[in-house]
Design a protein. Structure first.
Length: 363
């Protein structure tokens, strides 16, 4: 992934090369907007009707932070890895322990995208090609019984695991040819995903299918009788902001490629600025249309919360039949691959930069 040709680096040297512009980084980071589809149900189930406000505030907080990240990135034009690497550089003079934690915690925060994304994508593939009672969907080998933590919990091997592993290897294979090649693939996939996503966010607003009753009462809580802006309500609201940040702040990954920009002085802030504007559009329009068209109960449905029923819900929103539903399933698979590649590309650069960052050499 790091041995692409260009720049002043010697051929074959194990280093990152300046071969991309801000548009390439924008497309590599374009998997972030798709994350809202797989978090929208969980936020609604936590906060209730103000979940739309949670998404809006959260992505705006992330956008404000983006200007700080872009400014700091200008101080480190030869460092990749983004905000966590800058944090490590700031912490190292105070603590040799906290500095590397800044890097590793960023990587750790991205890894669930790989596991969750591959798991959901594998579930879509199995559902699309095999009936519910097919052996390929029911067989499993349990390795460790963890029911003493929670009933039914265990470490097991099944079809979801193996299909997910194949999808992850495909994403790795795409990136193994270098960042420029990855950006080209991401561009094609992103256009196939983000245009339909924006259409789904806009169509219900145009057709008048967004009902304002779906936002009443506009107070934290999933029970209409107890929802209120009291101490418990504010706790839920701030908790929702914390959870939403995992998705809404993630476009800062656009600056993970600073040392690969041909012109970091301008490419860095353009990449994160336009990534942020795209996320603002998606993270405002999509939750608004979802909740307005489906109602709070619809957004809190198990299939929306776990991601398995998102395609069917989207087809309902645009008035599509079985054919549209199948197209949306394909779109969601591409969206998941988009997000997986974004997560892997950004977090890998964080790990790549860690050994050359003061305080991280030991790990």
């Amino acid at each position: 992934m790091v041995d692409t040709v260009a720049g002043a680096s010697a051929p074959g040297s194990s280093t990152l090369h300046r071969v991309i512009g801000w548009k390439d980084a924008f497309w590599v980071a374009s998997g972030v907007p798709a994350l809202v589809l797989f978090s929208i149900g969980g936020i609604a189930a936590t906060v209730g009707t103000p979940s739309v406000l949670v998404w809006t505030l959260s992505v705006l907080f992330g956008f404000i932070q983006a200007f700080t990240y872009a400014e700091i990135a200008g101080l480190f034009p030869n460092k990749s890895g983004g905000a966590s690497v800058y944090g490590a550089a700031a912490w190292v003079r105070y603590s040799k322990f906290i500095a590397p934690l800044s890097v590793w915690c960023n990587w750790l925060a991205w890894t669930p995208v790989l596991a969750i994304g591959c798991g959901i994508a594998a579930g879509y593939i199995l559902t699309a090609f095999f009936p519910a009672d097919a052996a390929v969907r029911t067989w499993e080998i349990q390795l460790v019984d963890l029911s003493f933590f929670k009933e039914g919990l265990g470490l097991r091997l099944n079809s979801t695991f193996f299909i997910g592993a194949v999808l992850m290897l495909i994403s790795f294979g795409i990136q193994h040819r270098g960042i420029l090649s990855t950006a080209k693939v991401q561009t094609i996939v992103a256009v196939s995903v983000l245009l339909p996503l924006l259409i789904i966010g806009i169509v219900p607003l145009i057709t008048g299918d967004v009902s304002m009753k779906a936002f009443e009462p506009f107070a934290p809580g999933t029970d209409v009788a107890t929802a209120a802006w009291d101490k418990a309500g504010w706790t839920l609201f701030f908790g929702g902001l914390f959870i939403a940040a995992w998705s809404a702040y993630a476009f800062e990954t656009a600056i993970c490629y600073t040392s690969e920009f041909r012109n970091p002085a301008t490419d860095t802030y353009k990449a994160i600025l336009y990534s942020g504007l795209l996320c603002i559009a998606v993270y405002v329009l999509v939750p608004l249309s979802f909740q307005g068209a489906l109602g709070l109960a619809g957004v809190m449905a198990p299939g929306i919360v776990d991601g398995s029923g998102v395609a069917q819900a989207m087809a309902t929103m645009v008035g599509g039949g079985a054919f549209i539903t199948n197209l949306l399933v394909v779109m969601l698979l591409l969206a998941l691959m988009l997000a997986i590649t974004t997560a892997m590309a950004g977090s890998s650069r964080t790990l790549y930069q860690a050994p050359s960052t003061a305080g991280c050499r030991a790990i």
